[in-house]
Design a protein around this ligand. Structure first.
Ligand SMILES: [Zn+2]
Length: 247
C-alpha cells in the first residue's frame, strides 16, 4: 500500500541528497521512499536521475523518477533489477546534480520566455540541452530580438521565489496570477506560484517544477529557432550558449 512521498525538492530546489527509508518495492523494481529530493517527471520537466547508496556503499543506479498511482507518490526506477533494497532499509538518495541544475536553468529560461512572449502557451518540454515552448500566436517575431530581451532579464538578476497560496486565496484574487496562459492546478488545497522580481514585478505563475533562485543563474541562453507550426502556433527552441554557437 503506497503512502505519499515527502517531496523535499518542493521546499529546497538545491537539495541534491537525502537520507530515506524504503517504504515499498514494486514487482517491476520501482522503489518508494518516505522522502526524496528526486523530482518526478511532470509539467514538461523530466524526472531526476541518480542513484541510491546503500549502507554497504553499493549503489543502485536510477533512471528518471516518475509519479505513481497518485501524483504525491514518487517512484525511483532502477536501471537494472539485479539488486533491490528491502522495505524498511535506510539508504541515501543522490540526484545527478549537474543534470538537474541544467534542467532548473532551462526551466527558469522557459518562464522568462513566457514574459518576453506573453502569448498563451500550448506546450512545453524542458531538456538538458534544449527546451521548447509552443505559443498560440500568429505574429512573426525576430528570434534575435527575443534572445536580447531574454538576456536582459538574465542580466538584471531578478530574484526568483515561491509563494504558496491556498485555492481560496487564488479564487479570491485571480489577478495574483499574471500569466493567463496556465490554468492553476486546483483541488490540492494549495498552489505554488513561481514569482520573478521583487514583489513579483516581472512575473508570477503557478508551477510545480524546480527553478534557480536568481535570473543570472540561467546563464547565456538564446533562441536557436522559431518554427511555424500551423497558422497560429510558433515553436521556440531555447539553447544554452550564445547565438550562432549551434552546430
Ligand atoms: Zn516553472
Amino acid at each position: 500500500m503506497s503512502i505519499a512521498t515527502t517531496a523535499l525538492f518542493r521546499d529546497d530546489f538545491y537539495l541534491s541528497t537525502n537520507e530515506a527509508v524504503v517504504t515499498a518495492v514494486h514487482a517491476d523494481g520501482g522503489i518508494e521512499l518516505d522522502q526524496t529530493c528526486f523530482y518526478a517527471t511532470s509539467g514538461g520537466q523530466p524526472g531526476d536521475t541518480g542513484f541510491l547508496e546503500r549502507s554497504d556503499g553499493s549503489r543502485i543506479a536510477l533512471g528518471p523518477a516518475v509519479t505513481g498511482a497518485t501524483k504525491d507518490i514518487i517512484i525511483h526506477r532502477p536501471l537494472s533489477d539485479e539488486t533491490l533494497p528491502i522495505v524498511g532499509e535506510t539508504l541515501v538518495a543522490h540526484i545527478d546534480w549537474a543534470r538537474r541544475y541544467k534542467l532548473m536553468r532551462m526551466h527558469t529560461a522557459c518562464h522568462l520566455l513566457s514574459v518576453v512572449c506573453p502569448y498563451p502557451i500550448t506546450g512545453a518540454a524542458v531538456g538538458e540541452d534544449e527546451s521548447r515552448v509552443d505559443f498560440d500566436m500568429a505574429q512573426t517575431i525576430d528570434k534575435d530580438e527575443v534572445t536580447e530581451k531574454l538576456m536582459r532579464l538574465v542580466g538584471e538578476n531578478h530574484p526568483i521565489f515561491v509563494q504558496w497560496i491556498t485555492d481560496a486565496e487564488l479564487a479570491a484574487n485571480p489577478g495574483i496570477v499574471k500569466s493567463k496562459n496556465v490554468r492553476p492546478p486546483s483541488g490540492l488545497g494549495r498552489v505554488s506560484l513561481v514569482c520573478i522580481g521583487e514583489n513579483s514585478s516581472v512575473d508570477s505563475q503557478p508551477c510545480g517544477g524546480t527553478h534557480v533562485s536568481e535570473t543570472q543563474e540561467v546563464g547565456a541562453i538564446y533562441i536557436a529557432k522559431i518554427d511555424k507550426k500551423g497558422k497560429e502556433n510558433r515553436r521556440f527552441r531555447i539553447r544554452f550558449g550564445a547565438p550562432g554557437s549551434d552546430a
